[in-house]
Design a protein around this ligand. Structure first.
Ligand code: HDE
Length: 729
């Protein structure tokens, strides 16, 4: 029997037996759905497919025929659609954009993309959570990956960093242990994307070098409000090398233009259920709306040879360089302005590698970085199925590839000629030669006279002083959040001895911190001496030149703009529209995004008898999806909102999460449950409560309400609210 596709589908059957009438009708409907101009469906061999709804069978009621190559091809491809997810950082999202320097860095580096302010270098960025699987929720407590691929004229440069400036461990050999302890426990594969379980804290309490990083992950940095509001760090010391061969240590920083902001832990957990895609959706929507996120690239530069002036080892990745000691120079800007077209082809297949460097940038001997240099290519070989993953479009450099590497799984390039080696005399003159003149400038290699050793440098033994620096630099509210996070995580640990070991370690960061954490855990008060005797414990505290560092606190730098911030406007029939319209206009002018939320979709009628279109319901967009709340006036509207549990809960929750709430006239009645009602508690109306604005609608016209509202939202959250924990939401 011929396998010609024209005769392989419904048409061949139709020649044998006329199809039933309802089949014909179905076909006509389906054909009508097809856009006339679109190219016809084909198999992977380019063969037209005439029926994509019915497999080839022996008669209408018969078995499916193995010869149906259209069916086999489709099902086979489907069965192989997944590739192994990344061992760590499996859940991610990405976007395209560009990087542009503000100034030439020629003094420090010969990196071509940093030589002139006019040059735009395309980039692709992938943000990720590190502990969860591909399908885990976005807002879990975690360190976030911040990986940037620069497609420079001298080849691809990858800056594969995180949103925290330090890492858990000092040596790559501990990475598999760390990740095994962090990931779901191997017997029952629980919990997903969470460090709140015994194995993680067992490891953490036995390896005190993780303590500084724990302070970061347990802080609000572990709960970014948006990927667009997150710092990025290269973590390790790298090296800049200029055209003369001078070397400098460099630490990289990304500073978001929108400020650095976090979610509340209760909020983050709720979002994980309400919208597990919260962070990737936020990034996607911002770029689609033309609100392109921007980061500035900063560098801390230390002359090679002067690193001894720091009181810690610059090669130790559990340490940061305080910004007040070595200021961050801002050298350029990155803008993300285009979403990926296809998640799999781009975001999933992108392959980063901290060893993808360009001339002018080099690694350091940081033992964690050295291990990474091996791991990434090795991981891609399995994940992307062979050594040619550099040919996948998202991984291709923009400059031509010239070398004699050949073959391998999935090779795309058709290399011509008989010569695949160098040097040769058999070539035709078109093959590639080493261009001596273009050789990288390298700093003079220092002779190495060393014995093989597995010894760790004594200068790596200070495990606590920067954790203390971090703690000292936090605001009161940030300290409260840290304590609450440690309590939450450790309360999930079943074995009391692990909890005890951990708080004994924390006593070396700060005794008060440790005592506060221990207080809710049903264990003894922390005992620093008990920690000191344990295996692996080092406490070679250095005297820090810096005791507090403002740059480590998010609260110290709230940021001024409310661009892209989401404001929920709670409405029902009878809403007082004129002041609301004016306020909406003013807010839109600042770049904030206002959405009308009601009990049902459609529209609500205003006091004046007009209609206002509703964007969301209380159920589909709860308060955790917004940054602030506006409650317009209107007696009828407020009376019905006050009797609606969803609306009352919305406001209570927003209060609890420190969000700005502005109520116009009668709108304040919805705050009655919190004691802000002008009717129930007239004396409270003038009590200033951070971020609660009770406004006279007449004042909207003179712009005062808008100004106050904007100023309050710009503070991001009002963490210092009284009794927030007493609010039942
Ligand atoms: Fe990674 N890391 N890592 N890592 N890492 C991977 O690469 C590894 C480390 C980071 O969006 C893997 O392709 C080792 C530090 C990011 O595609 C793997 C060590 C930092 C991403 C790997 C580290 C990172 C990864 C997983 C200890 C911050 C996601 C599959 C020596 C500076 C990149 C893969 C993306 C991904 C290994 C430590 C950042 C297994 C062995 C420190 C952002 O190769």
């Amino acid at each position: 029997m011929s396998l010609h596709p024209k005769r392989n589908g419904a048409s061949s059957r139709s020649s044998a037996a006329p199809p039933a009438k309802n089949n014909q009708d179905k076909k006509t409907q389906l054909e009508a759905c097809t856009v006339a101009a679109s190219p016809s469906l084909t198999s992977n061999q380019g063969v037209p497919i005439t029926d994509n709804h019915n497999s080839l069978k022996a008669g209408d009621n018969g078995p499916t025929l193995l010869e149906d190559f259209i069916l086999r091809e489709k099902i086979t491809h489907f069965g192989h659609e997944r590739i192994p997810e990344r061992v760590v950082n499996a859940r991610g999202c990405g976007a395209h954009g560009y990087f542009k320097p503000y100034k030439s860095m020629v003094q420090y580096t010969s990196a071509a993309f940093l030589q002139t302010p006019d040059l735009e270098t395309p980039v692709f960025v992938r943000f990720s959570g590190s502990s969860g699987s591909q399908g885990s929720a976005d807002t879990v407590r975690d360190v976030r990956g911040f990986a940037v691929k620069f497609y420079t004229q001298k080849g691809n440069y990858d800056l594969v960093g995180n949103n925290m400036p330090v890492f858990y461990i000092q040596d790559a050999i501990k990475f598999p242990d760390l990740i095994h302890a962090l990931k779901p426990e191997p017997n029952h594969e629980m919990p997903q994307a969470s460090s709140a379980h015994d194995t993680f804290w067992d490891f953490a309490s036995l390896v005190p070098e993780v303590t500084h990083m724990l302070m970061w992950t347990m802080s609000d940095r572990g709960l970014p409000r948006s990927l667009r509001m997150m710092e990025g760090f290269g973590v390790h010391a790298f090296r800049f090398i200029n055209a003369r061969g001078d070397a400098f240590f460099v630490k990289f920083h990304w500073k978001p233009k929108l400020g650095v902001h976090a979610l509340d832990w209760d909020e983050a957990q709720k979002i994980a259920g309400k919208d597990p895609d919260f962070l990737r959706r936020d990034l996607w929507e911002a770029i689609e709306a033309g609100n392109c996120p921007e980061w500035e690239l900063g560098v801390q530069i230390v002359d090679a040879g002067r690193e001894g002036d720091l009181e810690f080892d610059i090669l130790d990745p559990t340490k940061l360089i305080p910004e007040s000691q070595v200021p961050v120079q801002i050298i350029g800007k990155m803008v993300l302005n285009r979403n990926a077209e296809n998640f799999f082809s781009e975001t999933e297949q992108v392959a980063f590698h901290p060893g993808n460097l360009v001339p002018g940038i080099d690694f350091s001997n940081d033992p964690l970085l050295q291990g990474r240099l091996f791991s990434y290519t090795d991981a891609q070989l399995t994940r992307l199925g062979g050594p040619n993953f550099n040919e996948i479009p998202i991984n291709r450099s923009i400059c031509p590839i010239h070398n004699f590497q050949r073959g391998g799984l999935h090779r795309q390039t058709i290399n011509k000629g008989r010569v695949a080696y160098e040097p040769n005399t058999l070539g035709t003159g078109t093959e590639f030669r080493i261009d001596g003149a273009a050789q990288d400038v390298q700093p003079p290699f220092k002779p190495m006279d060393a014995s093989k050793t597995r010894h760790r440098r004594a200068s790596f033994d200070d495990h606590f002083s920067q954790a203390t620096l971090f703690w000292n630099s936090q605001s009161l509210a940030e300290k409260d959040h840290l304590v609450a996070a440690f309590r939450f995580e450790l309360s999930k640990v079943e074995l009391p001895e692990i909890r005890q070991r951990m708080v004994d370690n924390l006593a070396h960061v700060d005794l008060k911190l440790a005592a506060r954490v221990a207080a809710s855990l049903g264990i003894n008060a922390p005992d620093p001496k008990a920690a000191a005797g344990r295996l692996g414990f080092r406490d070679h505290k250095t005297t820090s030149k810096v005791s507090e560092e403002p740059a480590l606190s998010m609260a110290a730098r709230p940021g001024a703009s409310i661009k892209t911030r989401k404001i929920a406007v709670l409405v029902a029939d009878g809403v007082d529209a004129p002041p609301l319209r004016r306020l909406l206009q003013d807010m839109a002018a600042t770049g904030a995004v206002c959405k009308l939320v009601a009990s049902r979709l459609g529209s609500v009628s205003t006091l004046g008898g007009k209609q206002l279109v509703v964007d969301h319901t209380f159920a589909n967009m709860p308060s955790v999806m917004f940054d602030a709340v506006l409650i317009p006036g209107g007696n009828e509207s407020i009376t019905s909102l006050c009797t609606l549990g969803e609306a009352v809960h919305f406001v209570l929750e927003a209060y609890k999460h420190g969000k700005t709430i502005c109520a116009l006239n009668e709108g304040s009645q919805l705050l009655a449950t919190l004691g802000f009602s002008n009717e129930k508690n007239p004396e409270l109306i003038n009590v200033p409560t951070p971020g609660i604005l009770l406004a006279d609608a007449r004042k909207v016209l003179d712009g005062q309400v808008t100004q106050d509202f904007i100023a309050a939202i710009a503070l991001h959250r009002h963490w210092d609210r009284l009794n927030a924990e007493a609010v039942p939401a």
